[in-house]
Design a protein around this ligand. Structure first.
Ligand code: PHE
Length: 445
């Protein structure tokens, strides 16, 4: 299995990689973040730009990370320093590791809420989402529990176990989402939600919508911080990276789109505001379950599955800095996991307390964002985009698109015909588009 001390190991099979990578990609990003960011950015027009970003930038860039990982068989810092020892490029790998630490710090806070909602569904109560997340003791306990769960899984190296569970539970999540789509679209008044979500008003597209869409594409596909370099390093040379990448991107995008197909029709049927922000999903889903037959049961199952989807993502986030300490610093895996886990826990405390528990942390800092939203913007959006900008230049120009394409053709000889197209995308389209989108930041602030 991946990340053993002496033996780097490999995924058990091509399917093993697909499930692990899809497990990392599919998480709160799809079901919590995607709908609320869509709601804040005007609906269908955002969805359109998002899909474009996944196809033109996300997927080609995913191949760059996978090729680098499988060719060099190391974590991002190790991979870069094997190709360009002692160069400044190593900092790009370093940025990825720091980004992973920060993303995990607030991601586990939200995962903690999700976990808490399992019990909130079971126990009849009138506790609102706002009061739930403002309770300092409650959120701190949930955050700690979720971090501990993540540490224990990565610590024990029971990825095999978690993968097995993911193989059973993710299909159940899929089926549950389909059922919820049907239910939500049958609610009276739901059709307005569907047109908000699917009928684009292109005049709503502007620089900050495009930046949000690009960031969401990277966040959702777990790209821009070298995670897929690390996961790619465990793939066997004979596997087909091209088709694996397509499956992962397709599964991830499908789950996000499905989540929106539940949320927006229900939201409009209940006359709620689509631009409600990070609390959106935690308000809308329970409201759906409330009036549904067997609603309590469905709600409990839903939050269990969402917690597991989040766990397969937090595991992957913890894995990157851990693999770095093990590979590069020679730290024993079990110690590395605790070091990283404790750093992340400390970094996450302000996020946990920023939803009303501590006044000054909960106040808007910049552009209406309080601490947690600001962390998400800086690390989950900007830093991933910036990291992808640098890594696409590294793979396309420094290592060379030709070398990367050779790696991609291993296991898929037919790729040779597509290599020039891919080379063009990774050398020009990816870095230039990301650069232009990031430039827009100066206008936003
Ligand atoms: N892709 C994960 C999700 O959508 C989050 C994530 C981002 C995981 C970056 C790893 C790296 O929930």
């Amino acid at each position: 299995m991946p990340g053993q001390d002496n033996d780097r190991g490999q995924w058990s099979s091509k399917l093993g990689f697909i499930f692990a990578a899809a497990g990392s990609a599919i998480g709160l990003g799809n079901i919590w973040r995607f709908p609320y960011v869509t709601g804040l950015n005007g609906g269908a027009a955002f969805v359109f730009v998002y899909l474009l970003c996944v196809l033109v930038i996300g997927l080609p860039y995913l191949y760059a990370e996978l090729a680098l990982g499988r060719a060099i068989q190391k974590n991002p810092v190790g991979a870069i320093s094997s190709l360009r020892p002692k160069s400044g490029w190593i900092w790009v790998g370093g940025l990825g590791i720091v980004t992973g630490l920060f993303i995990l710090s607030y991601y586990a806070v939200i995962a903690g809420w999700t976990f808490g909602y399992i019990f909130k569904m079971m126990i009849p109560n009138e506790l609102s989402f706002g009061n739930f997340v403002a309770n300092p003791l409650l959120v701190s306990i949930l955050f700690s529990v979720f971090m501990l769960l993540t540490i224990l899984v990565v610590y024990g190296g029971v990825q095999g176990g978690i993968e097995k569970w993911a193989k059973i539970l993710m299909p159940i999540l899929f089926v549950l989402l389909i059922a919820l789509i049907v239910y939500s679209n049958l609610l009276p008044g739901s059709s307005r939600g569907l047109s908000f979500y699917l009928k684009p008003d292109f005049s709503k597209i502007n620089g900050s919508v495009i930046l949000a869409a690009l960031g969401q594409a990277f966040f959702s596909l777990s790209l821009g911080m070298g995670l897929m370099v690390t996961y790619g390093s465990y793939i066997s040379k004979s596997d087909n990276l091209i088709s694996s990448g397509i499956y992962v991107a397709l599964a991830d995008t499908a789950i996000a789109i499905m989540s929106g197909l539940i949320i927006f029709p229900a939201l409009f049927a209940m006359n709620q505001d689509p631009a409600a922000g990070p609390g959106l999903v935690f308000n809308v889903f329970p409201a759906i379950f409330k009036n549904m037959p067997f609603g309590i049961f469905v709600g409990v199952i839903f939050f269990i599955l969402l917690s597991i989807a989040a766990l397969t993502s937090t595991i992957s986030l913890l894995e990157v800095p851990t693999a770095f300490l093990v590979d590069e610093k020679g730290v024993a895996r079990k110690i590395a996991v605790w070091i990283v886990g404790i750093i992340v826990f400390v970094l996450g405390i302000p996020s946990a307390l920023s939803q009303g528990a501590v006044g000054w942390l909960s106040k808007p800092i910049i552009n209406g964002m309080e601490f947690l939203s600001l962390m998400d913007f800086i690390w989950g959006n900007l830093s991933l985009a910036f990291g992808a900008f640098l890594l696409s230049i590294f793979v396309g120009w420094v290592w060379g698109a030709k070398h990367a394409a050779k790696e991609l053709a291993m296991g898929n000889p037919g790729f040779v015909r597509w290599a020039p197209v891919w080379g063009f995308l990774i050398r020009f389209i990816c870095p230039i588009t990301i650069f232009i989108i990031l430039l827009n930041l100066f206008k936003i602030f």
